[in-house]
Design a protein around this ligand. Sequence first.
Ligand SMILES: *Cc1c(COP(=O)(O)O)cnc(C)c1O
Length: 436
Amino acid sequence: MKQPYFPCENLSVKDGVLQFAGQSTAALAAQYGTPLYLLDEARIRQNCRVYLDAFKAHFPAGSLPHYASKANACKAIYRLMTEEGMGVDVVSPGEIFTAKSAGFDLARAFFHGNNKTDVDIAFAMDCGVGCFVVDNEEELCAVEREAAARGRTQNVILRLTPGIDTHTYAAVNTGKVDSKFGAAIETGQAEALTKSALQKDHIALLGFHCHIGSQVFEEDVFERAAVIMIAFMAQMKKAYDFTTQLLNLGGGYGVPYVEADGSIDIPAKIATLAGVINAACAEGGIPVPRIAMEPGRSIVADAGLTLYTVGAVKRIPGYKNYVSIDGGMADNPRFALYKSSYTCFAANRMDEEPDMEASLVGRCCESGDIIQERVPFPSSVGRGDLVAVCTTGAYNYAMASNYNRLCRPATVMLGENGNYVAVRRETFEDLTALDA
Ligand SMILES: *Cc1c(COP(=O)(O)O)cnc(C)c1O
């Protein structure tokens, strides 16, 4: 039998059963029930250290990777980020509240978003968020007002669009001039926003931010973005004698979901990027600023796996086959949203030849409730079998809903000092708790 493709080295097989982080998926499903999100703590830490070590080796002192917590936000993950010494990105008062509840020091947080309300801004300031990533002029004025009202100065970087098309899916491509995010360098709006920030009494402008997209595999997009940003920084030095202290290049390194994705050597990419940054700063006659990046997916995606139980298996002769599971688009909407690829297995039949193809579908009342098309399964697959969907640590729990009044699954952390429930399974009482 051909060895199956595993997207991450934390997957293996023992006695025909898929093992995740060295543990039997069948035993975990039996103990905690399905659908179930699993997280591999060691892998999350390891992914953080890849960035932390590369940053230490290649970027100026004070440079820091920030985990983009929108990928998967819960208190357990913020605690891990504290322990690993990572910064974080937050995009809403809910994420700020969660981070704070977990004891995360928000001085090491960037606050993102293209439409922060006055209430959001006030809340973030009162929680001590270290740096706002300001998106536009109205927001800049609102931050100035709230900081003035508190008699303080707020650290700020400005989100710019360098005008780079990453050729990824349109919905995750954010660095183009016509993006809803940030101020475009090309149109002069980035300069206008910089000038305005420098004139504000209660704003300390530290530098600039860009984020060019997500699930990026292309060779040189970060380098290209850095060169454009640094040219702009040199221009701001000339025009306003403004020295950039901090350059945040965003997130977006891709992770493999399926064999065709290939993989990225992140330390090598960062080493190359640092060389490009140093050269561009030298050419522009400006000092190399502190560098930040904001990995989300590449910190948590391959540390996650979802387990489901098979209900019906439907064969429509001459057409197609369906394997239906006890979750679906409510716990993983990514195929419905982006046609995302996943590697999926009949986790308790790993030593049987996958001799049929089926659509892996959920239990929601939607034809579009698909986890993956054309999944190879052994034809013995049937009710009660276990299905594993790999690489679900990012943008699954974070995007989960109660559609069809389904309870969101538990997240179990497979910890170095034992397993624990990081997010408990929702109950029917949770579902009706807010109803009058
Ligand atoms: C989504 C996002 C990230 C994280 O992107 P990943 O692809 O998960 O690494 C980082 N920064 C910003 C501003 C984002 O919007």
